[in-house]
Design a protein around this ligand. Structure first.
Ligand SMILES: N[C@@H]1[C@@H](O)[C@H](O)[C@@H](COP(=O)(O)O)O[C@@H]1O
Length: 259
């Protein structure tokens, strides 16, 4: 794992934007895996700005991690809607190359279809991940099988409660989601995790330095050969080896600059 600690959330988001832009410059036909959540919003703003400056998405394929069961793409809280509003509608990507699991219909069928689509067009070159406060990736909540494929998952009580504020009074909050599985995610050639703010500090520590355990699904990333964890100072606060990562990064970025 390469752990990159930057001063502010804006610095961390900019770093991730650059990594994605670099991936697209290197291979304009890249397959990207993308994520939702508040943490990702500045990344997508950055990518739109890069697009306006000439970065093309015309040949890119995108697979998103997850979708709430029961919400169609027109629902303002669906992840399909999120991606359209925050990225797809603002860049030159072909609609037929943007994949988000379907929240409509039979979840098991949606999950199977999604796995088949990834198998057909993948593997994912660069997978972007956020981190849940409980260590989830996608909607693989604690207790998820580390060998799981795309499937319907029950959201944890805390996740459902945290989401309630986004829904109208009396409106049902989704209790399940179709999410890429942990094994599916780990088939990406490279993975970038972005986590910022003090709320994420303990999940960051469990992901980077804790045991590999289903209690912190993100900890499986310790087994992947190409993972970069990009965090701000607050999210890094609980790391035991924080100073070591800072030193390693200084050396590595000096080497990168020379290369
Ligand atoms: N399914 C998504 C995750 O993919 C995301 O990482 C997480 C963190 O969201 P935020 O960035 O808003 O903290 O939110 C949801 O649970």
């Amino acid at each position: 794992m390469r752990v990159v600690i930057l001063p502010t959330p804006a610095d961390a988001a900019r770093h991730v934007t650059e990594l994605i832009a670099g991936q697209l410059r290197e291979n304009p036909r890249s397959v990207l895996g993308l994520a939702t959540g508040g943490t990702m919003e500045p990344v997508y703003e950055g990518l739109i700005a890069r697009h306006r400056a000439g970065l093309s998405f015309a040949e890119v394929t995108i697979f998103n991690l997850d979708e709430y069961v029961g919400l169609g793409p027109e629902h303002p809280q669906s992840y399909s809607h999120y991606m359209r509003e925050r990225l797809f509608a603002h860049v030159d990507i072909a609609e037929a190359s943007c994949f988000v699991p379907s929240g409509r219909g039979v979840p098991a069928a949606a999950a199977r279809a999604y796995e088949a689509e990834i198998a057909r067009r993948g593997p994912v070159d660069l997978q972007l991940l956020g981190l849940g406060e409980n260590g989830h990736i996608g909607f693989n909540e604690p207790g998820s099988s580390l060998g799981s494929r795309t499937r319907e998952k029950l959201l944890s009580h805390d996740t459902v409660e945290a989401n309630r504020r986004f829904f109208g009074p009396g409106e049902a909050v989704p209790e399940t989601a179709v999410t890429m599985g942990i094994a599916t995610i780990c088939e990406a050639r490279s993975i970038v995790v972005l986590a910022t703010g003090a709320r994420k500090a303990s999940a960051v520590r469990a992901m980077v330095e804790g045991p590999v355990t289903a209690m912190c699904p993100a900890s499986i990333l310790q087994m992947h050969p190409r993972v970069r964890v990009v965090i701000d100072a607050e999210a890094a606060a609980d790391l035991a080896l924080r100073d070591h990562y800072l030193r390693a990064e200084q050396i590595q970025s000096a080497r990168d600059a020379k290369a």
